[in-house]
Design a protein around this ligand. Structure first.
Ligand SMILES: C[S@@+](CC[C@H](N)C(=O)[O-])C[C@H]1O[C@@H](n2cnc3c(N)ncnc32)[C@H](O)[C@@H]1O
Length: 288
């Protein structure tokens, strides 16, 4: 089992909760080639490098790539950092002459940097432009909410946020259009759900999560990423994941792999063939 130094520094910008467990489960041997499919602040990449791996990391967010350049310089040729979607990781690797890897790891969801920066528009706790695009291109949350019909919005809130009062919230959103700020949207949702100030769980949580998943096509990406991982993992290769998954991730994952409880590190061989049922059709013009 990999001996990951407990002294490995944690990045104050984003601290992956299960880093040690996931890295141990990957059982990295020095000199192996591993993919960190969700680079973020590079917590997993640092741990893989410390375990002696050569790392190819990717992220769809250009800020993550720009901020990761210092680590590329530190890694002394052992880290390749790519801007792109993990749904096409096999193509991104092939373009760089790599056709197989020993491991691939996904830390699914939004990073703390994305949530904490008002201007990215992911958080209902901060007022900012209603954006929510990880890749910083394509349709913003405001553009979608201002053009979609009520039924489409309700479906997204229900399916990706498990919002039981999705129709009521969608009706309130449509009545309040045009919306342009996260603060406005949060207020509309709270009013629609008659939220008493100071109640423990903010009722905007589920809707914000659902809209973010929709805007970034996150479920389709996950399915495409798993199918791509199957194509690039060499025999005996390992698939690792950390997932603070909302229910829709769990439901869809259950079709590809045995259901697992939330928040656990997983290690698996390359997924068995499931692409026929699970892999979504590519969405034309999807941003990185
Ligand atoms: C939870 S954070 C990862 C944090 C990282 N493990 C660390 O230690 O800092 C998820 C990251 O994955 C990126 N991401 C999400 N979906 C992606 C996709 N389909 N392709 C590439 N990157 C993606 C996000 O932009 C974000 O930076």
């Amino acid at each position: 089992m990999t001996d990951l130094s407990p002294d490995l520094p944690r990045d104050p910008r984003h601290d992956p909760v299960l880093r040690e467990e996931v890295i141990a489960a990957l059982a990295i041997a020095p000199g192996e080639r591993h993919v960190d499919a969700t680079f973020g602040a590079g917590g997993y990449t640092r741990a893989m490098l410390a375990a002696g791996a050569e790392v190819i990391a990717c992220d769809r967010d250009p800020d993550a790539i720009a901020e990761g350049q210092a680590l590329v310089a530190e890694a002394d040729g052992k880290l390749m950092l790519i801007h792109g979607r993990f749904g096409e990781i096999d193509r991104l690797l092939a373009e760089r002459g790599i056709d197989a890897v020993d491991g691939i790891t996904f830390d699914i969801g939004v990073s703390s940097m994305q949530l904490d920066r008002d201007a990215r528009g992911f958080s209902f706790q901060k007022d900012g432009p209603l954006d929510m695009r990880m890749a910083q291109e394509g349709e913003t949350a405001a553009e979608w909410l201002n053009r979609a019909d009520e039924a489409e919005i309700a479906d997204v809130l229900y399916q990706y946020g498990d919002e039981r009062q999705s129709r009521r919230v969608a009706r309130a959103i449509v009545a309040a259009r045009p919306l342009s700020r996260t603060g406005e949207l949060a207020t509309v949702i709270r009013k629609a759900l008659r939220h008493p100030p100071g109640a423990p769980k903010d009722p905007a949580t589920k809707s914000f999560q659902a809209i973010r998943i929709h805007i970034n096509g996150e479920l389709d990406e996950l399915m495409e990423g798993l199918a791509a991982a199957e194509r690039v993992l060499r025999p005996g290769g390992r698939l690792g994941s950390e997932r603070r998954g909302p229910p829709p991730f769990s439901r869809r994952r259950a079709r590809c792999a045995p259901a697992r409880p939330k928040r656990r590190a997983t290690r698996a061989r390359a997924p068995r063939r499931c692409a026929a049922r699970c892999a979504p059709q590519p969405r034309p013009g999807r941003p990185n």
